[in-house]
Design a protein around this ligand. Structure first.
Ligand code: PLP
Length: 302
């Protein structure tokens, strides 16, 4: 898995007693670099995690091909990628298993929560059992058994009805929400294009194989000093613009539960230069203020 991801990706592995192995990312996509994966494989390796950073799907054909060659599963961390596509197919349908997040920072939210999607029929029944506290209640509800009982390990993974209803209303509006966010993404993109051409910042990049979902907009600065100075400047103007992510291999938890394959220079460099600009459904015309404050700082200082 990439080290440039949220802790949940690695926790999913460490919680089961396995070891997250961190590999570097591609400097253009900021997703796992397929060229780095094979060197990190060992006879213990079970799966490749594809994190779709900023909602842009990873290079899934390459990842699936490597997985097939080595008998591994591909698990999509599609936390940020609801509504995105790869070669016309939706994120979450591109590997063996995928996880979506409905955490409050995502396009569609239920406060806390998420969903799993399975691309393999042979995994469906086990997943039903796990989410139903280790029981075969789903078979019972379908009339396939006359009572349900404890059959495997599981937990209480289903949302309550109030949360489910709150979430469902947004799922019905998913396209509306995605289009509004994509319009904000495009506005940011066009507002900074000239500065990218003058090499003052870099903007998000994606291949023609993928479409995004307007989950996030980021700038890549020249170095950590520029990053910190711009974050500080925006903060003073009342604009919250955080960086991303403290690389997991450098974190205490990452060192304790995982290991890195190599020094991961692209991950470290990206962390030191990336700034996320405000992005939410109701941002509206306030985006112009964010653009003005950011642009004038860049023109004066970079
Ligand atoms: C890439 C990625 N994976 C996983 C998560 C975690 O999802 P959750 O908070 O629902 O566990 C997030 C964000 O919260 C994320 O950005």
């Amino acid at each position: 898995m990439p080290s440039f991801t949220f802790v949940s990706t690695a926790n999913a592995v460490a919680l089961r007693g396995a070891t997250p192995v961190f590999v570097d990312i591609d400097p253009r996509t900021l997703n796992i670099d397929p060229d780095q994966i094979e060197a990190a494989l060992t006879p213990q390796t079970r799966a490749i995690f594809a994190v779709h950073y900023a909602g842009f799907p990873a290079e899934m054909d390459r990842l699936n091909q490597i997985a097939q060659t080595h008998g591994l599963m591909v698990i999509e961390d599609a936390a940020q990628a609801l509504g995105s596509t790869y070669k016309g197919r939706p994120a979450g349908s591109l590997g063996d298993i995928a996880a979506f997040s409905f955490h409050e920072t995502k396009n569609i939210i239920s406060g806390e929560g998420g969903a799993i999607t399975l691309n393999r029929r042979d995994l469906v029944e086990r997943a039903e059992i796990i989410r139903e506290k280790g029981t075969n209640r789903s078979r019972f509800l379908r009339g396939q058994v006359d009572k349900y009982t404890w059959v495997d390990i599981g937990s209480s993974f289903l949302p309550g009805e109030l949360v489910a209803a709150f979430l469902f209303g947004q799922l019905e509006q998913e396209e509306v929400i995605r289009k509004a966010r994509l319009a904000l993404f495009d506005r940011y993109y066009s507002a900074f294009t000239d500065l990218e051409q003058r090499e003052r910042v870099s903007l998000p990049w994606h291949s023609d194989d993928v479409t995004g979902n307007g989950h996030m907009f980021y700038l890549l600065m020249r170095d950590i000093d520029d990053r910190d100075a711009l974050i500080g400047h925006l903060h003073k103007a009342g604009i919250n613009a955080p960086f991303h992510y403290v690389p997991l291999h450098s974190a205490p938890g990452g060192r304790r539960f995982g290991r890195a394959k190599g020094d991961l220079p692209v991950t470290n460099d990206t962390y030191s230069r990336l700034i996320r600009l405000p992005m939410y459904f109701t941002l509206g015309n306030e985006i112009e203020h964010v653009i003005d404050v950011t642009r004038s700082w860049l023109i004066e200082n970079v």
